[in-house]
Ligand binder design. Structure first.
Ligand SMILES: [Zn+2]
Length: 101
C-alpha cells in the first residue's frame, strides 16, 4: 500500500487517488515547435530519484495536487512553493530543472 499525502485530506491509500503523471511546465503553444510539443507530451524523464508528480484525489476532496516522490523509495515530500528561490538538492542525479513549473 502506498500512502499519498493529499494536502487537503492527509495521507490516503493510493487506490483512492489517480496518478496524473510527471508534472512539467507547459510550453507556450504560440511559439513551440512540433518537436518541442512532442517532447512535452510523450518524452518523460522517469529518473531514479525525486520526481514531481500530479495526483487527483478521486475518492476524497476531488482536487488535483502536486507532490514530489522518490521513485526508488516511494517517499513523498511537498514540492517547493511556486516562486521559491531555494532549490532543493536532489542528491541523486535527478534533473532539478525538469521538475520546476
Ligand atoms: Zn484529498
Amino acid at each position: 500500500m502506498l500512502l499519498v499525502p493529499c494536502p487537503h485530506c492527509g495521507p490516503r491509500n493510493s487506490a483512492d487517488m489517480s496518478y496524473q503523471g510527471e508534472a512539467s511546465s507547459r510550453p507556450d503553444p504560440s511559439s513551440t515547435t512540433p518537436t518541442e510539443w512532442r517532447e512535452y507530451l510523450y518524452m518523460k524523464h522517469n529518473p531514479a530519484g525525486w520526481l514531481r508528480e500530479n495526483w487527483y484525489c478521486s475518492s476524497g476532496c476531488r482536487r488535483f495536487f502536486t507532490v514530489e516522490r522518490h521513485t526508488v523509495t516511494s517517499e513523498f515530500r511537498e514540492p517547493p512553493l511556486p516562486g521559491s528561490k531555494t532549490p532543493r538538492p536532489t542528491g541523486d542525479g535527478a534533473d532539478p530543472a525538469r521538475g520546476a513549473p
